[in-house]
Design a protein around this ligand. Structure first.
Ligand SMILES: NC(=O)c1ccc[n+]([C@@H]2O[C@H](COP(=O)([O-])OP(=O)(O)OC[C@H]3O[C@@H](n4cnc5c(N)ncnc54)[C@H](OP(=O)(O)O)[C@@H]3O)[C@@H](O)[C@H]2O)c1
Length: 290
């Protein structure tokens, strides 16, 4: 199985996809003398690469992920998150490759307090969310039988920048942090998401799916767990105070949903694989970080 993984070694998911690759996967190198990675916004380069190497599977682990910056950097966000996905989908269609596109809980807007099902109506409230929602439609429409979209949320890993590593640093530096307590979602270890992506290649699963850790929490709950598990893992010494904040006490350029838990069981059935509770995966990731 020839596999193109977009992105670069700085990416959380990219790193975990390489790490969890099965023995029968041959990962196509995208490194050239000119560039350490394939720029997915370069239509010609992507087209040439796919036409030349004819991958069986394309994992799109590349994205413009700066959610707040996207509000004022719309063009760049759309170039990487939407237009590049059309380029990848068209190329995949030409060589009959499967495309696995990663999307986000930010495609949803207001909630009735129940987890969003895979076919729930989308209503993004940020530029980032809109750019990713349009990409979902591109994949579904261009690759009806071979395009898979997996929505995820709150991704962290030992590699790259994320909430867990930021919290550990602030907890060590300051001993006290304030964290939003009125936004509910689910943390996702990039390792598990990568495993789910590989698993998807063994099934026929076109369309839209959800993958996060199991369960739900607020960012505040997540931070409390990071403090407790971080101390147990020997990553933090001494007491840490975690103060709950309301969203209006921590304004950000992009509006974020108050409740964006994703319903998972349909995906678990289709993929024949389920996710551990988010806290169990946090513990494993912290152990690795240590
Ligand atoms: N992180 C989250 O909490 C979260 C939540 C929901 C969904 N997601 C989605 O999950 C996927 C993986 O996210 P992640 O957490 O792994 O993000 P990440 O750590 O921010 O990595 C993004 C990767 O995309 C690469 N990239 C950006 N522009 C590119 C371009 N034009 N060409 C090639 N590569 C490019 C970056 O490489 P350079 O650094 O070299 O530019 C980097 O390797 C994304 O689709 C994201 O939208 C993430």
């Amino acid at each position: 199985m020839k596999v193109l993984i977009t992105g670069s070694s700085s990416g959380q998911l990219y790193h975990e996809l390489l790490r969890t690759a099965p023995a029968d996967a041959s990962i196509l190198s995208t490194q050239t003398d000119q560039s350490p990675r394939l720029d997915i916004t370069n239509k010609e380069a992507v087209g040439d690469f796919v036409d030349t190497h004819k991958p069986d599977v394309i994992f799109n682990a590349a994205a413009y992920t700066a959610v707040d910056k996207a509000e004022t950097d719309r063009e760049a966000a759309y170039a990487a998150n939407t237009e590049a996905v059309q380029t990848l989908a068209s190329a995949a269609s030409r060589v009959n490759a499967r495309l696995v596109q990663i999307s986000t809980d930010f495609v949803f807007g207001a909630s009735d307090g129940h987890p969003f099902k895979v076919d729930a109506a989308t209503a993004p409230i940020s530029v980032y969310g809109k750019s990713k929602q349009e990409a979902e439609q591109i994949v579904v429409n261009t690759l009806p039988g071979t395009g898979t979209v997996i929505r995820t949320a709150w991704v962290y890993s030992a590699n790259g920048n994320n909430f867990v590593k930021t919290m550990l640093r602030l907890m060590k530096e300051r001993g006290e942090v304030g964290v939003i307590a009125d936004q509910i979602g689910t943390p996702t270890w990039a390792r598990r998401l990568a495993e789910a992506m590989w698993q998807s290649t063994t099934k026929t699963v076109p369309g839209i799916w959800h993958w996060t850790g199991a369960g739900a929490c607020s960012w505040y709950d997540f931070a409390v767990a990071i403090a407790e598990e971080g101390r147990a893992a020997g990553l933090i010494e001494g007491d840490v105070i975690v103060n709950p904040l309301r969203t209006d006490q921590y304004p950000t350029p992009a509006t974020r949903p108050g409740y964006s838990v994703l319903e998972l069981t349909k995906t678990w059935d289709a993929f024949d694989m389920s996710a551990p509770h988010w806290r169990e995966d946090l513990r494993l990731m912290l152990k690795e970080l240590k």
